[in-house]
Design a protein around this ligand. Structure first.
Ligand SMILES: CCCCCCCC/C=C\CCCCCCCCCC(=O)SCCNC(=O)CCNC(=O)[C@H](O)C(C)(C)COP(=O)(O)OP(=O)(O)OC[C@H]1O[C@@H](n2cnc3c(N)ncnc32)[C@H](O)[C@@H]1OP(=O)(O)O
Ligand code: FAD
Length: 664
């Protein structure tokens, strides 16, 4: 059999309706149709070509990005694309650009923190891209600690203006995407100072560049922070540095939904919580969870297809060697990642719902679910991005040597993805926020206030800290109720143990700092419980299509039992399960790998990714890996000449010297 036939053969083995699974993956038939149409549109447009991206110099890459962003905008207008279609187009164009921050943070910041009047003034211009904005919060000296930002906005009652200033080197804005070379405006976070009094960090709309010739306005120094990790990758983005030298803006450019400054310089706070100033971050963290499932599924698609094509060892009587996907070690590394991609997809859908719900409530001045929305977005952003970053690297290793080639698509995917563990909140810092929320929840138990939402299980803390797992045989681990209870018991016991340890400290903040490593683990346990429970909830829905639900049940079990195996120490040390039950879970996991094996190629086909989007020879749909690798090698600029440039200067003299020395 030829390499090209391997995947066709695999596809014949699928035990479910792939077309129906594509709809489940996309979220709905409507979303599937949009995704399918737009992905083809992008793939067939030469402007969106990206196979040469890692070879471009920074300047050429940046210009290429500008060209793609302008072309995308032109197509959005020409084709009258809806918001959903435009976002899908951005996703398939697959090149980070200033537009991400304009649409993803600048506009949401004005929508979430601006008054009606401010929204009416700024949003129409922003929607038409007559102005381009970014989100300028982080500084050279402070990123995680937002309250530590140093940029100042002093109110000048004489002129009814704020004076924006960078008082120190460390107060220079540093990192904002789109700032370096493109943005005309920014939402700048600065300390509000009125009459010498510091009112903390607030958002201000500041114009940075002339709308006529794009030059920086007086008092503004702005540029790019320089090359980042990897070739291609996030270097398409102009992350910027920005300094203000007493730049004046009108008073009405402070975003005033949360608090206001009057003409007389009086500081007033609305009924809305001050944390709404952080609202844009909550919004973006939610989108990052869905992005994690996309990046992970892309890496998994590449590694799975290649693992079915690649053969090593095991030839019998001159027959074909073993497909590497049939090695149990390959399966135990790869199949949990496939299951994780589906798990993150479903928890991302749920988080989108949660975010829509909290937004609706906020509009009606109901702030009760904000702490939970913050904890869920922070925690799930952290857990899914860390897992995805690790998984992309694992997929590279699963592809052996060829995974290290740029043409595998995996090095660039890794380089472009890993900052997700840092931006929009360092993952550890965010997990500590979840831990604070959990400790607060535990401390309120027994006060008559029942925990709700994702912490509702804490309401059964007495049972969960005492219950015994009922598993006696490996197949008992297939019961959703058994899995859920084990994860709930682990999470509840870890949180309660932390709370008990904390109570021994006379100074709670000191205790929190001392126990922070344990607190982070408790937060991870809680977030993993959310992901597992949302997967289980998804399976309670009516899911049509032959064999589709069954495959998803298998994936859900793989995801949960893989986590259980990986964190066996937590489960056993908290007494949530016994060592014997841990061994039975592992036995069941092995059976599940065999069960899902025939369908794995179809399960990655269900992502419906074009070869253009995958950008990987190893992951191409037809599996013609070797021919394509061979052809691609010859396209490398080094192969443009047979004898390399530099031969005469640097190779020949050494060779000659060697010959001379040999003669001596
Ligand atoms: C052309 C086509 C169209 C294209 C379309 C494209 C669309 C693209 C869409 C999206 C793409 C987006 C792309 C994004 C790319 C990534 C860009 C990255 C951008 C950034 O990185 S921006 C900078 C992000 N910075 C951070 O995340 C900083 C992290 N730090 C913090 O969040 C906070 O400082 C802190 C939470 C760590 C601590 O804050 P602090 O005030 O000190 O708070 P505490 O004292 O700890 O807590 C006080 C109290 O507040 C609660 N709280 C904290 N944060 C929030 C919150 N966000 N919401 C609600 N509540 C919050 C906290 O729990 C405490 O509560 P308590 O008092 O205990 O009850
Ligand atoms: C590619 C990229 C794009 C970005 N885009 C933007 C943008 O558009 N706009 C913007 O404003 N910002 C942007 N940022 C900045 C980003 O949001 C910050 O870098 C991020 O929030 C982390 O903050 P930091 O750099 O201060 O990390 P630090 O907080 O300095 O982290 C350093 C280390 O200290 C640890 N640490 C910090 N605090 C604690 C604590 N309390 N307890 C325990 N450990 C701690 C962290 O875990 C980490 O290991 C971007 C960053 C990157 C990399």
């Amino acid at each position: 059999m030829e390499a090209v036939d391997y995947l066709a053969e695999e596809r014949r083995k699928a035990e479910f309706d792939v077309e129906e699974m594509k709809i489940v993956w996309a979220g709905s038939r409507h979303a599937y149709e949009i995704s399918d149409r737009v992905s083809r549109l992008v793939a067939s447009d030469p402007v969106f070509r990206k196979d040469n991206r890692t070879m471009l110099s920074r300047k050429d890459l940046f210009k290429d990005t500008l060209r793609k962003a302008a072309h995308a905008w032109k197509r959005i207008i020409e084709l009258r694309l809806s918001e959903e279609e435009a976002k899908t187009l951005r996703f398939y164009v697959d090149q980070p650009a200033y537009t991400d921050l304009h649409w993803g943070m600048f506009i949401p910041a004005i929508k979430g923190q601006g008054t009606e009047e401010q929204q009416q003034k700024w949003l129409p211009m922003a929607y038409k891209m007559q102005i381009i904005g970014c989100y300028a919060q982080t500084e050279l000296g402070h990123g995680s600690n937002v309250q530590g930002l140093e940029t100042t906005a002093k109110f000048d009652p004489q002129t009814d203006e704020f004076v924006i200033h960078s008082p120190t080197l460390t107060s220079s804005k540093w990192w904002p995407g789109g700032l370096g070379k493109v943005s005309t405006h920014a939402v700048v976070y600065a300390r509000l100072i009125i009459d010498g009094q510091d009112h903390g960090v607030h958002g201000f709309i500041v114009q940075l560049r002339s709308l006529d010739d794009h030059s920086p306005l007086p008092g503004i120094t702005v540029g790019d922070v320089g090359m980042k990790f990897g070739s291609g990758a996030y270097n398409s983005m102009d992350n910027g540095v920005l300094r203000f030298d007493h730049v004046r803006i009108p008073r009405n450019q402070m975003l005033m939904r949360v608090s206001q400054v009057t003409r007389e310089g009086k500081y007033m706070q609305s009924d809305v919580p001050r944390q709404l100033v952080y609202g844009t971050m909550v919004y973006v963290r939610q989108t990052i969870v869905s992005d994690a499932s996309r990046a992970l599924s892309r890496a998994v698609c590449i590694a799975t297809r290649y693992s079915a094509v690649r053969r090593q060892f095991g030839s019998q009587n001159g027959g074909p060697e073993t497909q590497v996907i049939n090695y149990k070690t390959q399966q135990s590394r790869l199949f949990p990642l496939l299951a994780s991609a589906y798990a993150f997809k479903f928890v991302g859908e749920w988080l989108k719902w949660l975010y829509a719900d909290v937004t609706q409530r906020l509009e009606a001045n109901d702030f009760s679910t904000l702490p939970e929305a913050h904890a869920c977005t922070a925690g799930l952003k952290s857990v899914t991005t860390s897992a995805t970053a690790d998984a992309i690297e694992e997929c590279r290793k699963l592809c052996g040597g060829h995974g290290y080639l740029s043409s595998s698509g995996l090095p660039e995917l890794f380089a472009v993805y890993i900052p997700a563990c840092t931006y929009e909140g360092d993952n550890i810092v965010l997990l500590l926020q979840v831990a604070r929320f959990l400790m607060k929840t535990v401390s309120q138990l027994g006060s008559g206030k029942n925990p709700v939402g994702t912490t509702a299980y804490m309401g059964r803390v007495e049972h969960l800290t005492q219950c015994n797992c009922e598993v006696q045989r490996a197949e008992d681990w297939l019961k959703p109720s058994v899995i859920l209870e084990a994860f709930e018991a682990r999470a509840a016991r870890m949180s309660v143990a932390c709370a008990k340890s904390l109570s021994k400290f006379s100074n709670p903040e000191e205790g929190f700092a001392e126990l922070s490593a344990d607190l982070v683990e408790a937060a991870v346990a809680h977030c993993q419980l959310i992901i597992v429970s949302k997967f289980i909830e998804k399976l309670q829905q009516d899911i049509p299509g032959k064999g589709v639900k069954r495959q998803l049940e298998t994936l859900c079990n793989i995801y949960a039992l893989y986590l259980l195996h990986k964190h066996l120490g937590d489960f056993i040390s908290t007494g949530s399960i016994s060592p014997k039950q841990g061994a039975l879970a592992n036995e069941q996991l092995r059976l599940l790998y065999s069960q899902v094996r025939p369908s794995v190629i179809a399960l990655v086909d269900a992502f419906n990714y074009t070869d253009h989007y995958l950008g990987s020879i190893l992951g191409c749909y037809d599996g013609n890996v070797y021919q394509k690798l061979y052809d691609e090698a010859w396209k490398d600029p080094l192969n443009e000449t047979v004898v390399p440039d530099g031969y005469h200067e640097y190779i020949r003299p050494i060779l000659k010297q060697h010959i001379r020395n040999a003669r001596l």
